[in-house]
Every structure is written in structure tokens, then in C-alpha cells.
Design a protein around this ligand. Structure first.
Ligand code: LRH
Ligand code: MN
Length: 388
């Protein structure tokens, strides 16, 4: 697809969902570094997200995390978002921070704990009804640390029962986005450790259950774009949690650690029709900005995803298919590398300018003085964080 105006149309239409928790304090087990002007509640998080959308024109949706974004009135929060030109996106459940969940949440040997966990998931669907969200994002920290600690098969049964009950509760336009993760916080087994396990549970559940690919949740060296191509072909790719990593689930800015991997992923997305809205792929960021300024980091991440997408859209698919069909390995690889090695920043600057935006979103944000304004205004109260 090298038709330039079609490429620009696709870039203009791209939407990237930002995480409310990306605007709050976060860190590692060693330290959470506070920053001046960090939001103190979901309303202020949305105000920061609106800065990202104002600068990029491509981030009108914000994912929430419950209870980190718990409020009295979710309809009011949703109205506040609309007032900022935003929409509430995926609702992330959280069954990983309560003492009861030490040995698991929905997979816990104790039925009382399982009941509590499922009730939280059902509460999140109630919240979706109030915010108009369609996506329930489920990541389970459930797992074990030592061989013999629990029965893997029994835990899978408990997980399947919990998911089935939640699936039953979903409204017509609502769906489950099931996220997998290889390890952490459990270090022997995770109950949803890989795409295959997530895919199998989603197949069993039905059409409203899809898989989320968090780019930080694989073993080093995993070919993530293969997983993406497979799930797209099966109609089971619900979305991405984009971030990047050098070693583990580092949750660094998307594309920062491995822009070539992000390009290869977006190449499979573009080639398999994943950009089309009807495919229903949610392009979400899931990052933690432990030391860097948070809003510029999110803006940079949106730009990194846009750049990877632009390069993927510039792949000469006709030449690629011809080389592949001819078994011309080098020619095929060259077609892809030509696209990857294309500087797409002028093209994206053009798309932004034509949309009435500053060609340089980071400069646009800096010019608002928002960072100084919020640092001066947001004093007192409790800065938002993971509450861990
Ligand atoms: C787990 C995860 C999940 C979120 C959390 C913030 O590692 O990727 O998507 O709930 O990060
Ligand atoms: Mn994630």
C-alpha cells in the first residue's frame, strides 16, 4: 500500500488509547519517585490525557484501572472526559493488590476468595455500563512460586469458571480482553502465561472474548509478530498493551527499546487488516514513567506507534508478495527494510499540519506551559499512584 493519500488517511484515522496510570506515580520495588504536578484523582488524570490528545490528535481514549480510578459517580467522570474531548476506554480490573489474593484471585483454592474476585470483575462490568466502555481488560497476577504449591489443572478449571460467569454478564457490545504474562509477580507458574493459554480460554468462552498482547509479557526473543499474525487470522486479537523492554516487563515507552520490533508488529497488523475499525483491535499503551516526565513520555510513545505504523503502511505489498511467491528471500527482506528505513517523520508532520496540529507534538505540549501550571496548582492532597 504505497498510495500516499491512502497512507495519510490511515494515519489520520489511527487512535491510540492511553493508560490513566501512566499519568500517576509508578516505580519499582526499590523506589517510586514522585514528580511535581502529578494528578491526584481520575479527573486530573483525564486532564493530562487531554493534553496528549490536544498535541497528537490521535489519543481520544483513556483506559481506567479499578480501584486506582474509583469514583463515586462514573457517569460524571465519563461526562468530564467528554468535556475534555475524550472517551473512557477499557476498564481494567484489579485482583492483584488485595491480601486475600496472595495465593490467587479467581484461581485461589479458597472459594470465598474466588467469589470476592469474581464480584470485583462483575463490578467492573457495572462500571462499563456507566462509562459506556465496551472493553473489560482482565490481567491476572495469579500463579504459583514453587512446584507442588497448587494443582495447575484445578486452577485452570477455576479460571475457566470465573471467566464463564463474567462472560455471561457482558452486554451485547461488550467484550473481554484477556491478557497473558509469562512471569511476575509469580515466578513458577502464571495461570495465563502465554498467548496459547489465553487463546484457548477465549475460544472456549465465545466471540466476545479476545486476547490482549502486552509487548512486555513474553520470554526474551519471542517472535511477537507471529502471535499477532496468528490471532488476527483467527479474529481473536482484541488489542495491544504497547510498551517496550530490554529485559523483563520494564514497561518503558513503546518503541523506545526496540523500534524494529514495533515496526514488525505493525507490519503484521497492517497486512492482516488490523487497522480497520471493524477488526476491533484496541491500540493501547501500558507504561510506567518512573523517572521521565509523564505527559511528554506518553506523547513520545504515541508518536513512536505512529512512526512504526507509517513505515508499515509504506511497505510495497505488491513487490513483497511477488518476491515471497518467487522465493526471493533477499528481495522480500529488502522490500520490508526499505519501508523500515524510510524516515516517516516528514509524512507525519504533514498529516498533523493538514489536521491543523503542530507538526511537532512535543513542542506543542511544551508551548502550553501545562507542566509548570500543574506543578504550581496541584499542591496538597495525595498524588495518584499504584497504591501498592
Ligand atoms: C500487568 C499489566 C496489566 C495492568 C498492569 C498495569 O503487568 O501489564 O496490563 O493491569 O500492567
Ligand atoms: Mn499490560
Amino acid at each position: 500500500m504505497t498510495d500516499r493519500s491512502a497512507v495519510k488517511d490511515a494515519l489520520r484515522a489511527q487512535r491510540i488509547e492511553t493508560p490513566s496510570w501512566g499519568y500517576g506515580n509508578s516505580g519499582t520495588r526499590f523506589k517510586v519517585f514522585a514528580q511535581p504536578g502529578v494528578p491526584r484523582d481520575p479527573f486530573e488524570k483525564l486532564a493530562d490525557a487531554a493534553q496528549v490528545h490536544a498535541a497528537t490528535g490521535a489519543a481520544p481514549k483513556v483506559s481506567l484501572h479499578i480501584p486506582w480510578d474509583k469514583v463515586e459517580d462514573y457517569a460524571a467522570l465519563s461526562a468530564h472526559a467528554r468535556g475534555l474531548g475524550l472517551e473512557i476506554g477499557a476498564i481494567n480490573a484489579n485482583v492483584f493488590q488485595d491480601d486475600d489474593y496472595k495465593l490467587g484471585s479467581v484461581t485461589n483454592p479458597d472459594p470465598r476468595v474466588r467469589r470476592k474476585a469474581v464480584d470485583h470483575l462483575l463490578e467492573c462490568v457495572d462500571i462499563m455500563d456507566a462509562t459506556g466502555s465496551t472493553d473489560l481488560k482482565l490481567w491476572f497476577s495469579d500463579g504459583t512460586n514453587y512446584p507442588g504449591q497448587d494443582d495447575t489443572s484445578a486452577r485452570q478449571g477455576r479460571l475457566a469458571d470465573a471467566l464463564a460467569e463474567v462472560y455471561e454478564r457482558l452486554g451485547d457490545d461488550q467484550r473481554i480482553l484477556l491478557e497473558y504474562k509469562l512471569f511476575e509477580p509469580a515466578f513458577y507458574t502464571m495461570d495465563v502465561p502465554d498467548w496459547g493459554t489465553a487463546y484457548a480460554h477465549c475460544l472456549r468462552l465465545g466471540p466476545k472474548a479476545t486476547v490482549v498482547v502486552d509487548t512486555g509479557h513474553h520470554a526474551p526473543g519471542t517472535n511477537i509478530e507471529f502471535i499477532v499474525a496468528f490471532l488476527l487470522r483467527e479474529g481473536k486479537l482484541g488489542g495491544f498493551d504497547f510498551n517496550s523492554r530490554f529485559y523483563a516487563d520494564d514497561d518503558l515507552m513503546a518503541g523506545a527499546a526496540d523500534p524494529f520490533q514495533l515496526f514488525r508488529i505493525m507490519h503484521e497488523v497492517v497486512k492482516n487488516g488490523g487497522l480497520a475499525p471493524e477488526t476491533g483491535v484496541a491500540f493501547m499503551l501500558d507504561q510506567c514513567h518512573n523517572i521521565e516526565a509523564k505527559i511528554p513520555a506518553v506523547i513520545r510513545s504515541v508518536m513512536n506507534v505512529q512512526e512504526a505504523t507509517a513505515k508499515a503502511l509504506l511497505v510495497d505489498t505488491g513487490a513483497l508478495t511477488a518476491a515471497q511467491d518467487a522465493g526471493d528471500v533477499l528481495a522480500a527482506n529488502e522490500v520490508l527494510m526499505d519501508a523500515y528505513n524510510t524516515d516517516v517523520r516528514p509524512l507525519l508532520a504533514e498529516v498533523r499540519a493538514e489536521a491543523g496540529l503542530d507538526p511537532n507534538p512535543l513542542a506543542a505540549y511544551r508551548a502550553t506551559g501545562w507542566a509548570d501550571k500543574t506543578a504550581a496548582e496541584r499542591v496538597g492532597g495525595h498524588q495518584a499512584g499504584w497504591g501498592a
